[in-house]
Design a protein around this ligand. Structure first.
Ligand code: ZN
Length: 270
């Protein structure tokens, strides 16, 4: 039986507190999890796993990693006990062999992954794998690597990026509903437009005139890079949409990006 091609999805994750807060973003994830065709597995690309060389989590029972400090104990008590898929991990390593990707059991599910999944799939009954961000790669290289993940979508694998399109922690206002900074709005809109126009010079930060805005919106790039995996694994048959838009804490874009082969009108109603 032919498996329906899965969408690819990017989520902003913002503060880890989103994992234990039932806000508009959590409501959106709850709803999205109900709407999506249930995947056979999830391949998460999180801002919070950087490594030298690309790595794939190969673990039958991935541990929940609490990779942050200074938050309430309730957040450290969260366990997302989804199974892994060791056969799929080997298969992904093979798919990415030209990129010298390696499997490892020296990771688990970091909060970039579980803070989204606790709301998207609260039952934690879908196998989850993670793919790391190779620190040696340029933005364009991440996008190109992701092209080799495309075939997984036909096997029921949901490619899920988790980061933030703007992520400036120095500028954060510790109030979820703080007024967004002008530069956060400008950068977020610039990326939205570039996605719709497939303007890769902008998406790959190769346009020198945008330099100052990039520095402000993304002092470091790891929260932006997962978006490039979601776009790299999409193709011209996908419809691109933005199912969630918000800027939290003044400086964190929570914009979600979806590449879906089916027009929105034909999707399963909630
Ligand atoms: Zn983060």
């Amino acid at each position: 039986m032919k498996t329906t091609r899965m969408p690819t999805l990017f989520f902003g994750h913002g503060s880890p507190m989103n994992a234990i807060t039932q806000n508009a973003f959590a409501d959106f994830l709850n709803e999205k999890g109900r709407q999506l065709i249930k995947p056979k597995a999830i391949l998460a690309i999180s801002a919070h796993w950087e490594s030298l060389g690309t790595q794939i989590l190969k673990s039958a029972h991935p541990k929940t990693i609490h990779d942050f400090g200074g938050f309430p104990s309730k957040l450290f008590e969260v366990q997302y006990q989804a199974p892994g898929d060791i056969e799929l991990a080997d298969k992904i390593a093979k798919l990415l062999s030209s990129h010298h990707a390696k499997v490892t059991d020296q990771w688990g599910l970091d909060h970039g992954t579980w803070s989204v999944l606790v709301h998207l799939y609260p039952q934690a009954n879908i196998p989850v794998l993670q793919l790391s961000l190779d620190r040696n790669l340029k933005l364009r290289d991440h996008f190109n690597l992701a092209k080799d993940l495309k075939s997984l979508r036909d096997e029921g694998v949901l490619i899920l990026g988790s980061g933030n399109i703007t992520h400036n922690l120095r500028a954060i206002k510790w109030n979820e509903n703080a007024k967004p900074f002008d530069w956060a709005i400008e950068f977020d809109q610039m990326i939205k437009t570039a996605i719709l126009k497939k303007d890769y010079q902008i998406l790959f930060n190769e346009n020198p005139s945008d330099g100052a805005l990039w520095d402000q919106a993304l002092p470091t790039l790891e929260h932006y890079i997962p978006l490039l995996y979601v776009l790299g694994a999409s193709d011209e048959n996908d419809q691109l949409s933005f199912p969630y838009e918000e800027i939290q804490m003044g400086s964190l874009s929570m914009r979600s990006v979806e590449a879906n082969p089916r027009p929105a009108s034909s999707r399963k109603p909630s």
